[in-house]
Design a binder for this molecule. Structure first.
Ligand code: ATP
Ligand code: MG
Length: 407
């Protein structure tokens, strides 16, 4: 009998030393959490690798979930057997027969990590390949560009055979690189910026500015649902809902219509910085993309960014909108992002927002507001509502996997 396993490969191979162990421990813990809906699974960690025994759990469903766990570069469904030649040959044939579409050409690559094994890799390539050929009359060998590469990995504890590699998200395990605050609007960009940050190992807490009652309950629900989607990738997410109405109204009263967006963004950063201090976050992430709108020109970014001394991370800054949309679709936020509910910023959108705001003018306006601005910021921070969101029920994913295919 073969053991039915998934071989999981971790990413960021450049990590060395003590960090490597931390990386792997975090990784295994997060894989287990992500796959909690499959209690039959058994985990076995060896240096740099994780084997998951399926024990009858549905491979396709487990694979679908694994693809979204950060830090995993790829994985393969593997059959394990002993060292007996005949057993290896039969296992190889069994794996080969599962490959779809049925390949016309193939090659065998044997790796002999266990040097005491009596046949060397070359001999084994022939011994295993000949057996597969004998049982598949139409099949041909092609060592340069085969439809399928059958891999046989001979280790001291057993032999692992597989024929396909599935790509996963890559990156770092979540939280490996610390915590940042994500400015999460209801738009397309900021959820993508959040996903990209999480993929790089940042734990994210989301901050959303709302102008209730000018903005609707649905607008808030939309952001909750986006944060929930991010929680699917990150286990759970703190969402800080900041009341922005008063501050925004006061800024609008300054009469600097074309500068209102710049002023609002600077206040948002001040508030986010305060929340970051409270929550132990070391950076602020935004969905800014260079040149996309008036507030995202280099001139605007320059004036807005000066308001905080925390690093401002902008994962999308050099990306085109179409690339961003493609990721939004892939990570499952796009459908929600395009729902037509108003954002707090669209309420006061001027006809011609400044694309190159003048820092001195901005600072003057803020100085005139003086302690009133400080007070409004303080009130917004204190009035912030925090909710902890977890991913929606995992049973949906489980039910969706009715047919258990191999690859
Ligand atoms: P998005 O699709 O993320 O809304 P956008 O193209 O609409 O981006 P802007 O509205 O100019 O761009 O916002 C730029 C960034 O500022 C957003 O990506 C987000 O990080 C932050 N931001 C804007 N509005 C809000 C808000 N109401 N709450 C929290 N962050 C916001
Ligand atoms: Mg927006």
């Amino acid at each position: 009998m073969n053991e039915d396993l998934i071989l999981v490969r971790f990413g960021e191979l450049t990590i060395k030393g003590r960090n490597r162990g931390r990386f792997e421990d975090l990784m295994v813990r997060q894989v287990k959490t992500a796959l909690a809906a499959y209690p039959g699974l058994n985990y076995r960690k060896t240096y740099g690798r994780l084997y998951i025994e399926l024990n009858g759990e549905p491979y396709r469903a487990v694979a679908g979930r694994l693809k979204d766990v950060f830090g995993i570069v790829s994985f393969s469904r593997v059959l394990r057997c002993g060292h007996d030649l005949q057993e290896i040959r039969e296992t190889a044939l069994r794996v080969f027969r599962q490959v779809r579409p049925t390949p016309a050409t193939f090659k065998v690559t044997v790796k002999r990590a266990w040097k005491a094994y009596p046949h060397d890799s070359q001999e084994m390539n022939h011994l295993v390949g000949a057996h597969v050929l004998r049982n598949s009359p139409e099949l041909k060998v092609d060592v340069r560009n085969p439809d399928t590469e059958l891999k046989v990995d001979i280790q001291p504890e057993g032999t692992y055979v597989y024929a396909g590699v599935e790509e996963a998200s890559g990156g770092f395990p979540l939280g490996m690189n610390g915590k940042a605050m994500l400015l999460l609007s209801g738009g397309i960009d900021s959820p993508v910026a959040g996903w990209m940050s999480m993929r790089k190992g940042l734990q994210i807490e989301a901050v959303h500015f709302h102008s209730y009652p000018f903005t609707s309950e649905q607008a808030k629900e939309k952001v909750v649902s986006l944060a929930q989607r991010l929680a699917y990738y990150g286990g759970s997410i703190h969402l800080h809902l900041v009341p922005f109405t008063e501050l925004q109204t006061r800024l609008a009263q300054t009469g600097q219509e074309h500068l209102i967006i710049t002023l609002m963004r600077r206040s948002m950063l001040r508030i986010a910085e305060r929340l970051a201090e409270k929550r132990g976050a070391l950076a602020i992430v935004t969905g800014d993309s260079l040149g996309q709108v008036a507030s995202q020109t280099l001139g605007s970014m320059n004036v807005i960014g000066r308001e905080t001394s925390l690093p401002l991370l902008r994962p999308l800054v050099m990306m085109d909108k179409l690339e961003i949309i493609r990721i939004a679709e892939k990570i499952g936020t796009y459908e929600t992002s395009i729902l037509p509910y108003e954002d707090c910023c669209t309420l006061f959108v001027p006809k011609s927002p400044a694309t190159n705001p003048n820092l001195r003018v901005i600072e003057n306006v803020e100085k005139q507001l003086g302690s009133e601005l400080d007070r409004l910021i303080e009130e917004a921070v204190n009035g912030t509502d925090t909710v902890v969101l977890t991913e929606k029920s995992r049973s949906d994913t489980r039910a969706a996997a009715q047919e258990d295919q191999w690859f």
